[in-house]
Design a binder for this molecule. Structure first.
Ligand SMILES: *[C@@H]1O[C@H](CO)[C@@H](O)[C@H](O)[C@H]1NC(C)=O
Ligand SMILES: *[C@@H]1O[C@H](CO)[C@@H](O)[C@H](O)[C@H]1NC(C)=O
Ligand SMILES: *[C@@H]1O[C@H](CO)[C@@H](O)[C@H](O)[C@H]1NC(C)=O
Ligand SMILES: *[C@@H]1O[C@H](CO)[C@@H](O)[C@H](O)[C@H]1NC(C)=O
Ligand SMILES: *[C@@H]1O[C@H](CO)[C@@H](O)[C@H](O)[C@H]1NC(C)=O
Ligand SMILES: *[C@@H]1O[C@H](CO)[C@@H](O)[C@H](O)[C@H]1NC(C)=O
Ligand SMILES: *[C@@H]1O[C@H](CO)[C@@H](O)[C@H](O)[C@H]1NC(C)=O
Length: 645
């Protein structure tokens, strides 16, 4: 069977290898990765485009708050250590054969910086997601943890549809028999060693290696406002680099090990095209949305939607693009309480003592999130709930102020300021931007840099005319001087549209060391940005019981992934520069000639435990670790019932 499938893959490839490899795959939702790669590699290397991309990257990274930490990343995050400037210089001087090779190299480099806020996304080459019909999980079976093909692979993968599954029928590859198989080796390595490799190379987004290990596995989540299952980074990576994965495994019902090479099939997640020319025009060339604008020109203060100016801290999970639902039978069967139609899904567990809020993200509708929280907590109180479980599994973050809202609501208004001390980087262009915004009379309706976005540490909102980058505050990281702005607070309470109770709705005191006390957080550590700030607030102020499921046995997993304070997309940063009339400044990143996004972590949140340390670099381990089981990895309700028993 294996030989036949490899031959048919080769034949497929030969058939595709015509004059325009893009025309051959146009209009198809699923294609063999080699065929997609032939299209992506059909565009020759162009030095103008490379230098444009690299100069944009270099000047955007001037704003990167954590740049100097990378010279020697503190433990346990030492894996991310890299000299960013030396690497940029190397990528800028490497001889590449194709445009793809240059862009993919920068994509991989920024991915491996492991900060979901600071990455290069080339739309051209992020246009396919490989999908293996054998997602993997880690689970405890008969008391022993191991790697398995997801037992629900048939129900889950079938949701990708006939176009996906019929390919495997056509090459006579029976993937359904692999569901639930025990994996003994992957690519001739111990399965967890291979998982570690994927976590180090493909996953990105999270400084902590253990958190990335959990992204390698398939897991449940809320995508948008729906229950969903993530394929995982081994079986669902962005790009078409790999054509197959070799497993040694024991299928369900068998007692003997066998070797199976499972082919990938790539899912097109870009903009439709008909040939190489239209592929380039629709996916690769810069368009009107690629670069920023001068907000003074395009918007009068009245037309700026307040929402577009709200600070965000979230990752981009491109593998989300081909998200399919969680198979119906694994969606919670308890009746949802009111306030569950958005990104939060809430339930009361049998007995009415415990309320569960599955907070899928801090995104979606800004005001609806707040009213959902109020409705949910009110429903919990009416039912007599005294304990709260917050499920933060695969919460990719969202609006900074929604994290602070949820924390403030649970802590009560008497708690005071619900955020962190914050700074931006004091580079020369940043100083010019703030000075220029003041001179031009710009304010928070059209910029993020204006001081009225922030408050002094005593809580008073700064006037727009205040220059918080003059004087700079000296700071040294890894023996490199890296001054910051003055410290400031967020002004989130100004955006809260629901009243905050004065006292906590649930008792915040710690009860005895049971598996779960009155408030607990469960998750898989994939809790990014705003989610990381929220769970850090809960931990640093209330010692909330954090429990992380999954991970590699014997290896730590942090309960939060990455905790940058605010991300600016390239368009956001470019708009800041243009709105300050500084686009001709020699330090300004050039407008991109290609369609892509170099986003950057623009603010640091400082830890309460040690105000000289960004929370991103403070190791905070969960109080509890549990393995997943076949009953919990894809079944949130089963996991909550396990957690509260
Ligand atoms: C390289 O790209 C630039 C910018 O799009 C374009 O003007 C130029 O013609 C390209 N060079 C070649 C050799 O295709
Ligand atoms: C890349 O190389 C070009 C010269 O080919 C140079 O002008 C540019 O400054 C370099 N950019 C970076 C980021 O090193
Ligand atoms: C695939 O394997 C499963 C489980 O062994 C079996 O029930 C099914 O009939 C097989 N399908 C085909 C097309 O051989
Ligand atoms: C995942 O996709 C949904 C639906 O398109 C979107 O609302 C959500 O923001 C995405 N999440 C991430 C982390 O990219
Ligand atoms: C739980 O609360 C619901 C209504 O909120 C009520 O109908 C039900 O009887 C309660 N169950 C128990 C076990 O108290
Ligand atoms: C807060 O601090 C700022 C800056 O030091 C000061 O101007 C302001 O008067 C203070 N506000 C209060 C209420 O003390
Ligand atoms: C720190 O940097 C200074 C120069 O800025 C240098 O003289 C000194 O040797 C460095 N110290 C270490 C430990 O690298």
């Amino acid at each position: 069977m294996r030989i036949i499938s490899i031959i048919s893959l080769l034949l497929t490839y030969v058939r595709f290898a015509t004059a325009d490899p893009c025309a051959d795959i146009a209009g198809k939702a699923f294609v063999p990765p080699a065929a997609a790669l032939a299209c992506l590699k059909s565009f020759p290397f162009n030095e103008t485009l490379r230098v444009n991309m690299m100069n944009n990257a270099a000047r955007v990274l001037d704003f990167y708050t954590f740049e100097e930490y990378y010279l020697k990343s503190p433990p346990p995050f030492q894996e991310s250590t890299v000299n960013i400037r030396a690497t940029l210089a190397r990528l800028n001087a490497t001889a590449y054969e194709t445009d793809y090779d240059a862009s993919w190299d920068l994509y991989m480099f920024t991915t491996q910086m492991n900060d979901g806020h600071t990455r290069w996304f080339p739309n051209c080459y992020n246009s396919y997601q490989n999908v293996l019909p054998a997602p993997v999980i880690t689970a405890s079976v008969n008391g022993e943890e191991g790697v398995y093909i997801a037992p629900d692979a048939v129900e889950f993968i079938s949701l990708l549809g006939e176009e996906y599954t019929s390919f495997f029928d056509s090459i006579h590859f029976n993937w359904t028999r692999l569901a639930g198989a025990k994996v003994l080796a992957i690519e001739d390595q111990d399965p967890y060693a291979y998982v570690d490799t994927i976590a180090s190379t493909v996953s990105g987004n999270y400084l902590d290696h253990g958190v990335r290990v959990n992204s390698v596995f398939s897991s449940y989540r809320i995508s948008g406002t729906d229950f969903s299952q993530r394929v995982g980074d081994l079986a669902g990576p962005i790009g078409v680099v790999q054509t197959a994965v070799k497993f040694q495994l024991i299928p369900v019902g068998s007692t003997s090990a066998e070797t199976v090479t499972v082919p990938f099939l790539a899912n097109f997640i870009g903009v439709p095209f008909t040939d190489a020319e239209s592929f380039w025009a629709n996916n690769c060339a810069a368009n009107e949305a690629t670069n920023g604008v001068d907000n003074k020109d395009v918007v009068s203060a009245a037309t700026v939607s307040a929402k577009s100016r709200l600070a965000k801290a979230e990752i981009i999970d491109l593998s989300n693009s081909s998200a399919v639902g969680l198979p119906q039978q694994f969606i919670p069967t308890l009746p949802p309480v009111s306030g569950s139609t958005g990104v939060i899904k809430s339930y009361i567990l049998p007995g009415n003592h415990t309320g569960v809020m599955f907070v899928g993200s801090f995104g979606g509708d800004f005001d609806a999130f707040m009213s959902d929280v109020v409705q949910t907590i009110t429903a919990f109180q009416e039912a007599g709930v005294t304990r709260l479980i917050l499920d933060l599994t695969n919460n990719g973050g969202g609006f900074v102020c929604l994290g602070q809202f949820l924390f403030q609501y649970l802590a009560g208004s008497s708690f005071g300021y619900p955020g962190f001390q914050s700074t931006t980087r004091g580079n020369i262009l940043a100083q010019k931007i703030v000075a220029s915004d003041i001179a031009l009379g710009n304010d928070d309706t059209i910029t993020f840099y204006s001081a009225d976005n922030w408050a002094f540490l005593n809580g008073t909102q700064m006037p727009a005319s205040y220059d918080y980058l003059d004087p700079l505050v000296p700071f040294v990281v890894n023996n490199v001087s890296d001054p910051t702005s003055q410290r400031f607070h967020d002004t989130c309470t100004l955006s809260f549209t629901q009243p905050i109770p004065e006292n906590p709705p649930f008792d915040l005191e710690l009860s005895s060391a049971r598996k779960c006390s009155k408030q607990s957080i469960v998750g898989n550590g994939n809790c990014a940005s705003t989610c990381a700030m929220f769970s850090t607030l809960m931990n640093e102020h209330f010692l909330t019981k954090n429990a992380v499921f999954g991970g590699k046995p014997g290896e730590n997993v942090e309960f939060k992934g990455m905790a940058g304070n605010q991300v600016l997309e390239w368009t956001d940063l470019d708009s800041e520069i243009k709105t300050a009339d500084l686009d001709d400044d020699p330090l300004a990143p050039p407008d991109l000639l290609i369609s892509g996004n170099f986003r950057v972590n623009w603010r640091t949140a400082w830890s309460f435990f040690d105000e000289q340390k960004p929370i991103a670099y403070v190791s905070e381990l969960p109080r509890f670790r549990f393995p997943y089981t076949f009953d919990t990895y894809n079944n949130p309700q089963n996991l909550w019932l396990f957690a509260y028993v």
